[in-house]
Ligand binder design. Structure first.
Ligand code: 0WD
Ligand code: CA
Length: 426
């Protein structure tokens, strides 16, 4: 049974919003007081839910860029608190066995990314939705690292506000600039922590089920580039003759804070520097990308305006300092390789007209998390608050009890509630 609930906007948000300074590079023209929370009528309707708090009304979150142009919010340097690996059969290991080591290619390497697509490629089944399962496994195996220091806190208290995938946060960061793909994020409050797990939208499902053969092959190119540039051990060399298996993954787990939101998230990491003098994770990590070769100033500008936004957001979040991009031609041959330092990307894009701004991304994400905290108040693994967004619209939500959207697995609920911290037993 799904139940929907909506609540009215809270004025305290308006007053907090309006106290923010207008960004220095705010475009001219009439300035309106920032109000990112606006009343919005009738997206979802009441169906038998009584919150006991006032009249039925609803609330939404604006994604308009101008509302988020203010000082960069506090974002603490992300700290790696652990890692895990997924093997060739997608089995979880609470260790770094799938870590790979970056081997710098020539500047003009002529890697053939099409090689092996037909005969040496094992593709992960992306119709299987794993939700937060791997992260939850990591949490269970590493609970002592996350225990609340408050003695009276319940055994399920984790001392973080949000648990999610890095990829979900990337989508939030890029939302104010996204014009094509919407998203749906399911949120459950459990033991005081908010878990955020993506739900595939109808249009994303249609796209996944109707990919062209060309698109399928191009998705392989990114993984093939990784194979050309990564070795399995510190002293080994890449093995382009091997099999590409996209079930395998090495994931970092990081903790950080965005304003007053304590975050725990995991992201897949392609490889690390092999130099033993390299800084500790996540500063030694390298993100690999492929992109179409740049032949004209217009193409360079488009890279800056659209792709660098996604690359920046994805790597900035976990504190990965650089992206190595392989630029390939139409035949899938890498013709050049370029390194982008995340800390320099904001300077690179400054000369682009009407370009994206990191501060807008971070402030929007921060406001979304505040919105979630305020809406998702019932602490129950059976309740999902489903936040939905489509380009050019506001973020809206609906509430679902014991529905298809519930995503915290029973084993997790049991593990975390039935086994209090063993350290406190003696
Ligand atoms: O089942 C699902 N719907 C999801 C699975 C949703 C979110 C994540 N995941 C899994 C991925 O399969 C992967 O193991 O979580 C892990 C990655 O999480 P993330 O780091 O939070 O995701 P993101 O930052 O979007 O992607 C990082 C990398 C990608 O690298 P590129 O350079 O292409 O951005 O993870 C890989 C990919 O290499 N990846 C995937 N691989 C296979 N299937 C997928 C996917 N659906 N998503 C990301
Ligand atoms: Ca990558």
């Amino acid at each position: 049974m799904d139940r929907h609930r909506s609540r009215s906007p809270t004025s305290s948000y308006h007053s907090r919003q309006s106290s923010y300074k207008r960004g220095r590079d705010d475009p001219g023209g009439s300035y309106h007081e920032n109000k990112s929370f606006r009343p919005h009528n009738h997206q979802h309707h009441q169906s038998g839910w009584t919150s006991g708090q006032g009249t039925p009304s609803s609330q939404s979150l604006s994604t308009r860029r101008e509302l988020y142009e203010r000082d960069f919010p506090v974002y603490k340097q992300p700290v790696e608190v652990g890692c895990f690996s997924l093997d060739s059969e997608r089995r979880f290991f609470n260790d770094g066995r799938q870590m790979r080591y970056y081997v710098e290619p020539d500047r003009n390497p002529h890697f053939d990314l099409r090689d092996g697509y037909r005969d040496r490629f094992i593709k992960r089944d992306d119709s299987v939705k794993e939700k937060l399962d791997h992260i939850l496994r990591w949490v269970i195996a590493n609970r002592s690292k996350l225990k609340s220091k408050v003695p009276s806190a319940s055994s399920s208290a984790l001392d973080v506000d949000f648990v999610t995938w890095r990829g979900h946060l990337t989508k939030l960061l890029t939302t104010p600039y996204e014009t094509r793909e919407g998203w749906m994020l399911a949120v459950t409050r459990f033991g005081g922590t908010l878990y955020i797990s993506e739900v595939e939208t109808e249009s994303a499902r249609r796209e996944r089920e109707n990919r062209t053969e060309r698109h399928e092959e191009m998705m392989y190119w990114g993984y093939k580039f990784e194979q050309y540039t990564c070795a399995d051990t510190v002293h080994a060399l890449p093995d382009p003759g091997g099999v590409v298996n996209t079930n395998e993954a090495f994931c970092t787990v990081v903790q950080t804070r965005l304003a007053d939101h304590r975050l725990l998230f995991s992201g897949e990491v392609d490889c690390r520097e092999k130099d033993p003098e390299a800084p500790p994770p996540p500063a030694c990590y390298v993100e690999l990308k492929t992109s179409a070769e740049i032949c004209t100033p217009k193409q360079r500008s488009n890279l800056h305006r659209f792709k660098l936004l996604k690359w920046w957001a994805q790597s900035f979040l976990p504190g990965v300092p650089r992206v190595v991009a392989g630029f390939r031609d139409h035949e899938g041959v890498v013709v050049s390789v370029e390194t982008f330092h995340i800390s320099k990307i904001s300077h690179l894009i400054k000369n682009e007209y009407n370009c994206w701004k990191p501060t807008v991304c971070m402030n929007f994400c921060c406001e979304f998390l505040s919105f979630v905290k305020r809406i998702a108040t019932e602490d129950s693994h059976r309740v999902v608050y489903l936040f939905s967004w489509e380009p050019y619209k506001d973020v809206t939500y609906s509430v679902h009890r014991d529905s298809q959207y519930s995503f915290l697995p029973q084993w997790y609920i049991e593990e975390i509630t039935r086994r209090p911290d063993s350290h406190h037993l003696s």
